[in-house]
Design a protein around this ligand. Structure first.
Ligand code: AHR
Length: 381
C-alpha cells in the first residue's frame, strides 16, 4: 500500500493551525487529541500546545521516510483504568520501532468529536483507521466515506452495529460478560440461602455496545429468575458517575437493596465510596453483593480484599492483535472479520467454582470462576 506521509503532515498542520486561530470544532478536536499523544490527559489544547504540537508533528514527519504504515486511532476517551490500558496497548503495539506512524485522538466520550476525528483521518489519507466506537450506531455514512477513500477500518473493543463497512473487529463479547455475571449471582445467592434479590444497576455509557451487551446478558437472568431490578442509571463508566448514582440510590432505596451491579470497575470504586459514606455494608462480609466488570488491577485488588464479590473481565490488551491484523492487510493477506479476546471471570471466594450458561453464540458453556490471589492482582493490567 502506498504511504501517505506528506498528506498526513500537511493535514495535521492545517488542522492545528486552524485550532490555534480558534476556528471550528473539528480542527480543535484533532489538535486536542493529538496533544493527548504527548500528554495522555485528554485535556483541551491551548494555542501554545497547538504550536508546539505542530512543531513536533513536523519533526515526526521528518522521521517517517515513507516506510512507516500510517494509522489513525480514534479512541473513546480516558474515562477508566480499562481505557488507559487499551490506549497504552495500542500505542505500544503501533510504535515506530514496529513500523507504524500512529496518530492518536482522545475523543473524550463525545460522539461528534469521534466522527470528526475519523473524517480528519480520511482527509489526511492515513493508510489505516482504528476506531473504538463510543456508541454502536450512527456509523454507516462515515464508514462509507472511508471505504470510498480506500482506507481499511479496524474496529476494536466496542462494536458497530449499524454498518458492516469495516474490515475487521477485535474485542470481547459483552453479552457473555453479562450472562456470566447473572449465572454467578444465581448460584451464589442459592449457596448463601438468599431468596430475594433486590438489584441496583449502575450502567455504562448509554448506547455503547459494552452497556448494551452487559445489560442484555444480565437482564436475561433477571427475567428468568424473577429478580427485582429496582433501578438502572448510567454512571458513564466513570468513578464520579458511579459515586453520584450510588449516593442517590442510597437515599432512594435505603435498606431496600442487596445487590449492586456496576458495569465497570471505576463505577464500582465510586459506588463503594458512596456506600461507605452512607454506612451500607457491602462485599464478601457485608449486606450488599457487589458485581463488577473489567477486572483491572485495582478492581482485582478490591476483589482480593472482599470489597467486590465477583469481577468479569473485559480484556483491553487488543493492541498486538490489532497490529498483526494491520500488518497482514498491508501484506495483502486476508484477515478474520471478527476476533474475540479471551476473558477470565474472578471471585473473592470459591462459593461458586464455575458458571454454566448458554452463551451469545447459543452454545452451552461451563467456565471457571478464578479465586483472586495477590499474584493475579500483581499480573493485572
Ligand atoms: O468498552 C469497554 C468499556 O469501556 C470498559 O468496560 C470500561 O471500563 C470502558 O470505559
Amino acid at each position: 500500500m502506498k504511504r501517505k506521509l506528506l498528506a498526513i503532515g500537511l493535514g495535521a498542520l492545517m488542522a492545528i493551525s486552524m485550532a490555534a486561530c480558534g476556528s471550528g470544532s473539528s480542527a480543535t478536536s484533532t489538535a486536542a487529541s493529538s496533544a493527548a499523544t504527548a500528554d495522555d490527559t485528554g485535556s483541551v489544547v491551548t494555542d501554545t500546545d497547538a504550536q508546539s504540537l505542530a512543531q513536533s508533528i513536523k519533526e515526526d514527519a521528518g522521521t517517517n521516510d515513507g516506510s512507516l504504515i500510517t494509522v489513525g486511532f480514534s479512541q473513546v476517551g480516558h474515562e477508566s483504568d480499562w481505557r488507559t490500558a487499551s490506549t497504552n496497548s495500542v500505542k505500544e503495539a503501533f510504535s515506530k520501532d514496529n513500523g507504524f506512524d500512529l496518530q492518536f485522538v482522545d475523543c473524550d466520550n463525545n460522539s461528534e468529536t469521534q466522527l470528526q476525528s475519523v473524517r480528519n483521518f480520511i482527509q489526511q489519507q492515513v493508510d489505516y483507521i482504528i476506531i473504538d466506537p463510543i456508541v454502536s450506531t450512527g456509523w454507516d455514512t462515515v464508514l462509507t466515506e472511508a471505504q470510498d477513500a480506500d482506507i481499511p477500518v479496524i474496529v476494536i473493543d466496542r462494536t458497530i452495529d449499524d454498518s458492516d463497512k469495516y474490515t475487521a473487529w477485535i474485542g470481547t463479547d459483552t453479552k457473555n460478560e453479562g450472562l456470566a455475571a447473572g449465572a454467578w449471582l444465581k448460584d451464589y445467592a442459592k449457596a448463601k440461602g438468599i431468596s430475594d434479590l433486590n438489584i441496583l444497576v449502575i450502567s455504562g455509557t448509554t448506547g455503547s455496545s459494552a452497556q448494551i451487551g452487559r445489560t442484555e446478558g444480565f437482564d436475561q437472568y433477571v427475567k428468568s429468575e424473577g429478580w427485582n431490578k429496582l433501578d438502572e442509571q448510567t454512571g458513564d463508566f466513570t468513578q464520579d458517575g458511579g459515586q453520584q448514582v450510588m449516593e442517590s440510590y442510597c437515599k432512594s432505596y435505603a435498606g431496600k437493596f442487596n445487590v449492586v451491579v456496576c458495569q465497570n470497575d471505576n463505577e464500582a470504586f465510586g459506588a463503594i465510596d458512596a456506600m461507605k459514606a452512607a454506612g451500607v455494608s457491602y462485599g464478601a462480609d457485608g449486606d450488599v453483593i457487589v458485581i463488577s466488570f473489567d477486572a483491572c488491577k485495582a478492581g482485582l485488588q478490591m476483589v482480593l480484599d472482599g470489597d467486590i464479590n465477583a469481577d468479569f473481565q473485559c480484556n483491553p490488551l487488543q493492541g498486538p492483535d490489532c497490529a498483526k491484523i494491520v500488518k497482514a492487510l498491508d501484506a495483502g493477506q486476508d484477515v478474520e472479520k471478527e476476533t474475540f479476546m479471551a476473558e477470565p471471570w474472578y471471585a473473592h471466594d470459591d462459593t461458586v467454582k464455575s458458571v454454566s450458561y448458554t452463551n451469545n453464540a447459543g452454545k452451552d458453556v461451563t467456565e471457571d470462576m478464578i479465586v483472586v490471589t495477590q499474584d493475579i492482582v500483581d499480573a493485572g493490567y
